[in-house]
Design a protein around this ligand. Structure first.
Ligand SMILES: C[S@@+](CC[C@H](N)C(=O)[O-])C[C@H]1O[C@@H](n2cnc3c(N)ncnc32)[C@H](O)[C@@H]1O
Length: 184
């Protein structure tokens, strides 16, 4: 998360990303067709934490586990959890997508929002980690500004790791949600 993408909100550590405010309603609508009624959802590259608390409010029976390699972002996520008082968001994990092991327990779904179109984004690592961390039948949701070439690379890496693509979901501002399911 760069300074251009997020700026200090108020003095409690919360960061605010204008894009996260703009896209969260569309993301929630899309997730209604994907997330289970209840269960555990891991979010990688959570950024400010605004998505995690908004998703938690929209899906109150789902437990969200945000994660971030950046310590300032993790502090922001904790501040958003405290400020909103949501009870179904766990404290953020210090997780980098290239880590060998992501979580101790398997999860029902994984969210990867606005990571894979970054220049340094580790597509292969995300797909390997997601396949190792999802329960059988679980879903990986990726979202971003994907070119056709990037979409093909994401789908190829997912398929190599046993993740089956569902139809892509067009999103506002030329973004896309690419959703995959781990075989049962
Ligand atoms: C563009 S921001 C998106 C944040 C949030 N998902 C959103 O949409 O508002 C990208 C985030 O990816 C994180 N990031 C960068 N490299 C990463 C990696 N290898 N593994 C996990 N997160 C990473 C950054 O720290 C940053 O917070």
């Amino acid at each position: 998360m760069t300074d251009r993408q997020a700026s200090r909100f108020i003095d409690d550590g919360r960061l605010y990303a204008p894009a996260a405010l703009r896209n969260r309603a569309g993301l929630i609508d899309m997730l209604r067709d994907v997330l289970p009624q209840s269960g555990q959802v891991l979010e990688i590259a959570s950024g400010t934490g605004e998505h995690a608390v908004a998703f938690a409010a929209a899906f109150p029976r789902v437990v969200f586990h945000p994660s971030e390699p950046n310590a300032t972002c993790r502090a922001s996520i904790e501040a958003w959890i405290a400020a909103t008082g949501v009870g179904n968001v766990l404290p953020p994990l210090a997780l980098d997508a290239t880590d060998e092991i992501w979580t101790a327990e398997l999860v029902d779904a994984i969210l990867c929002i606005n990571l894979l179109h970054l220049a340094a984004a580790p597509i292969a690592a995300v797909m390997r980690g997601a396949a190792a961390t999802l329960k059988p039948g679980g879903s990986l949701v990726t979202y971003g500004l994907f070119t056709p070439e990037l979409t093909a690379a994401i789908v190829a890496a997912a398929t190599q790791n046993g993740l089956t693509p569902r139809p892509a979901v067009p999103m506002p501002d030329h973004h896309q949600a690419l959703i995959f399911r781990l075989a049962r």
